[in-house]
Design a protein around this ligand. Sequence first.
Ligand code: AMP
Length: 123
Amino acid sequence: MENNCIFCKIVAGQTGTELVYQDEQVTVFHDREPAAPVHLLIVPNRHVTSLNEISATDRDWLVQVMLVAGQIARQMNVHESGFRLLTNTGADAGQSVYHLHFHLLGGTQLNRLGWRGGGWPGN
Ligand code: AMP
């Protein structure tokens, strides 16, 4: 647990944020500023700042992120219509929370590169 990390606090159940899923390795909750009708965040319980910080020892929970993404997509009923899993790394990607997280987006036609600069609900 990293001091003052909002996602560490959510993982620890200290914020009152509704958890969609949690196991020993990952936690899933709704993004508070959804960029699509379905917009969830899948985060490792362990504090890792970004993909820049991972190594082969993180293999287990990284695989778990993928498995849980498939499961949550089905639960949210976007598995057939389609969905996107993405992670922003560093300034150029617009990373704003430095606890690694994967956005699961779906429920509408997504623009090709991500959501900034286009997509739902605006421009
Ligand atoms: P990124 O810009 O890729 O770092 O994504 C950070 C995401 O976290 C943004 O989409 C925010 O809306 C979301 N976010 C920040 N704080 C919270 C919070 N307390 N609960 C839910 N989502 C959050």
